[in-house]
Ligand binder design. Structure first.
Ligand code: NAP
Length: 213
């Protein structure tokens, strides 16, 4: 029986915040590996700026290469229609019923988890590992955790203590070509990929990628 972390994301693009979250989950919860799973078409997000899932996946694979315990899984890319976490968890559990799954997420995701499709089943299939800062937002996250456990008493929601980086994919998309301070937050191979393929240069009002179809 293995302890398997699941780091799901839109990864548009992947950055050091995602990597640190996966690293710390692995370390603090003694996971055997972390599956890194890019989604195809997030049902819940504005997809105007969503890059093609193939390009997002390539960046994920470049970013996780230095970490032998991180494993790329393209299972959400093979599904049609919007991507739902419950489908992924059911698939993984069916393939490896003996393993324990840990779904890794940030605080914003925990606060909105009750809106996800079949969130009660998600909480039954996986332990939730949620990133938390010692200082900020702790009370709100504890309240969100308590609300979820009140609805699903068997749920297990653990907090992950980490110095979260002040970086987001949105900021990278907006400032990649203008803000040199961002460089440290983007793995160098991902940076090179963005430059080589001239990504995130689209002007306001234009659309491309998965979400445009
Ligand atoms: P994302 O924007 O790429 O982020 C991936 C995860 O990394 C999120 O949990 C996010 O936390 C966290 N994160 C981002 N920046 C961080 C930083 N600087 N430091 C630490 N953590 C950071 O992906 P997403 O669009 O939120 O999706 C996350 C997963 O949830 C995906 O697998 C998606 O399919 C799933 N999801 C499923 C449903 C559904 O089934 N209905 C709905 C929503 C999401 P924050 O949440 O705090 O940004």
């Amino acid at each position: 029986m293995s302890r398997i972390g699941i780091m799901g994301g839109t990864f548009n693009p992947i950055h050091q915040g995602h990597i640190i979250l996966a690293q710390e989950s692995y370390r603090q919860f003694r996971l055997d590996k972390v599956l890194v799973i890019p989604n195809k078409l997030p049902a819940y997000k504005d997809t105007d700026e969503l890059l093609d899932s193939k390009q997002r996946s390539e960046m994920v694979q470049l970013a996780i290469k230095p970490y032998p315990y991180m494993e790329f899984r393209g299972i959400e890319l093979e599904r049609n229609g919007p991507t739902y976490t419950i489908d992924t968890l059911r698939e993984l559990k069916q393939t490896s019923p003996q393993d324990t799954f840990f779904f890794i997420l940030g605080g914003d995701s925990l606060v909105s988890l009750h809106k996800w499709r079949s969130y009660e089943a998600i909480l039954q299939l996986a332990v939730i590992l949620c990133a938390i800062r010692e200082d900020a937002g702790r009370k709100e996250l504890e309240a969100a955790r308590d609300r979820l456990i009140a609805r699903v008493p068997e749920a297990e929601i653990q907090f992950l203590h980490t110095d979260l980086l002040d970086i987001s994919s949105t900021r990278i998309r907006e400032e990649f070509y203008t803000n040199p301070d961002l460089v440290a937050w983007i793995p160098s191979e991902v940076r090179a990929f963005i430059q080589e393929h001239h990504l995130y240069t689209i002007r306001e009002g234009e659309v491309h990628g998965d979400g445009a179809h």
